[in-house]
Ligand binder design. Structure first.
Ligand code: HEM
Length: 469
């Protein structure tokens, strides 16, 4: 966020820094970022050598932080088979069930909205990756372990968080000397996380024969992928780590937007009702229709709302850092090989020359005048914050499907309003109060009320939840 403030106020859309000898280029303009990371992607698709994140904690096997090279290429190719647009369609029946499970969790009020969103995101990704059964709570031991791994990674990947990343010679310090606890513990975590991911791959008891899953696709085509068992385990584990936090944060920002912009919530509900039908006053089990993926295809405003959520509050305000592999000159800047490139996504999305009133939540900016045709993020092949060419988010289709089906179901089923204090005054959440989790941000947990639109909706949710589980 400091980069954003600096780049908006002082330094312009592109500026360079020197971070203890490490050249850094911060790009806060979408068109310039596309010039570098899309149009010159062969130069700018490496990741920095974050010794703690890419070597010690993950042995070079976390796809998201892996250096550009043979292993990353093999892993990325294998991952693409299990997460392509076509493969992602196989996970949609599970995502429809998850959406109903989420409605049930939000309605029964036993845990907070934040906890429910974290649960459903973990459950969706675990289910797509391992055919893990739908999660009842985030205190599932597997989730607790993986979340602790994600937490370490997000912090380790933030430039400057570990001295060894600034002074690489520290990597040669023997583990046993006092003061090298970071190294000892880092390698211990690597071993524990490797065991955990291998266990998850080998755990056949959770496999539900008819349920498609990413791990199955990796194992089926193991010879073709040319990945050894440890690489396979890390590839699957990385998906959980990379996907859960991003999905949960984006869904939370969606709810926040719906609380803060009730007129947009109503407009979205009108679109959903027009496609699915408004819930009737009387419960009729034969007509119990929740929004499905067949329906969301016909909801252009829903997709515009989701794009606007990701523009208004991108969960990765600095993207994931890239690194250049050869000297280059761009816009008068000499960019030496080895420069760390930071995409200032937040600044790009707040650029008033691209987005009018950027601080306002206005989904209409992603619809053409006919209110049907989608307008894409400019200069990014429509991917917006999902990244650039070679390193673009590989879970993009799974993520977009999850966002669409959950958003449609929540708005169809509930009226979302601001919470009230004991005196009956509305509490307005602060859209700028963010929890900073290293590379990722999410809204500071906030209160709101989610009320089923009618008693029949509440009954439908209860009946459907019993059917789903
Ligand atoms: C709304 C949810 C999501 C958002 C906003 C998001 C965003 C991103 C971004 C910005 C990148 C970095 C791209 C770059 O470096 O240029 C990325 C990479 C990645 N994402 Fe996502 N992501 C989401 C969901 C997911 C899901 C569900 C999965 C897995 C199932 C996933 C797996 C990955 C992986 C493995 C990478 C690293 C790719 C590489 O470096 O080759 N993401 N994501």
């Amino acid at each position: 966020m400091d980069f954003t403030r600096y780049s908006l106020r002082h330094a312009g859309p592109i500026f360079s820094l020197n971070f203890a000898g490490q050249p850094v280029l911060v790009v806060g303009n979408a068109s310039m970022a596309a010039d570098l990371m899309e149009r010159r992607s062969a130069i700018y698709s490496d990741r920095p050598r974050f010794i703690m994140a890419t070597e010690i904690l993950t042995g070079g096997m976390n796809l998201a932080f892996a250096r550009w090279g043979d292993r990353w290429k093999r892993m990325r190719k294998a991952a693409n088979i299990g997460l392509s647009n076509a493969a992602s369609q196989e996970y949609t029946p599970m995502q429809e069930k998850e959406a109903i499970h989420l409605l049930h969790g939000l309605m029964d009020g036993k845990s907070t909205v934040d906890a429910q969103i974290r649960r459903t995101s973990a459950s969706t990704v675990l289910s797509a990756v391992y055919a893990y059964p739908l999660l009842e709570s985030t205190s599932d031991p597997c989730v607790v372990q993986v979340e602790s791994y994600v937490d370490r990674m997000l912090k380790a990947a933030l430039p400057g968080n570990y001295f060894v990343d600034i002074f690489p010679w520290m990597m040669h310090i023997p583990q046993w000397i006092p003061g090298a606890r970071w190294k000892r513990e880092g390698f211990e975590w690597f071993k524990k996380d490797t065991d955990m991911f291998q266990q998850l791959v080998e755990d056949t008891h959770m496999e539900q024969a008819s349920k498609p899953h990413f791990r199955g696709k990796l194992l089926e085509n193991a010879a073709e992928h040319d990945l050894d068992p440890v690489e396979t385990a890390w590839l699957a584990g990385t998906m959980f780590g990379a996907g859960t936090e991003a999905l949960a944060a984006t869904l939370s920002f969606f709810i926040l937007a719906m609380v803060l912009y009730p007129s947009i919530q109503h407009k979205l509900r009108d679109e959903i009702d027009a496609v699915v039908g408004a819930p009737s006053g009387e419960f009729d089990n034969t007509k119990a229709n929740f929004p499905t993926f067949q329906d969301t295809k016909n909801m252009p405003y829903l997709h515009a709302v989701i794009k606007e959520v990701m523009r208004w509050r991108p969960m990765g305000p600095m993207g994931v850092p890239h690194r250049s592999v050869q000297d280059d000159v761009y816009d008068g800047h000499f960019i030496s090989a080895g420069t760390l490139i930071i995409s200032n996504v937040w600044a790009m999305h707040q650029d008033s020359s691209v987005y009018q009133n950027p601080e306002q939540f206005i989904p209409e900016r992603f619809l053409a005048e006919d209110n049907i045709t989608a307008v894409q993020f400019p200069d990014t092949k429509g991917l917006g914050h999902h990244g650039s060419i070679y390193r673009m988010c590989i879970g993009y289709h799974v993520a977009n499907n999850s966002l669409a089906i959950n958003a449609a179901n929540i708005i169809w089923a509930f009226q979302i309003c601001k919470a009230k204090d004991p005196l009956g005054n509305e509490i307005t959440p602060d859209p700028d109060a963010l929890l900073d989790e290293g590379l990722a941000v999410r809204p500071m947990p906030f209160n709101c009320t989610m009320t089923p639109r009618s008693p029949s909706v509440a009954e439908m949710i209860s009946v459907a939840a019993r059917r789903v589980f």
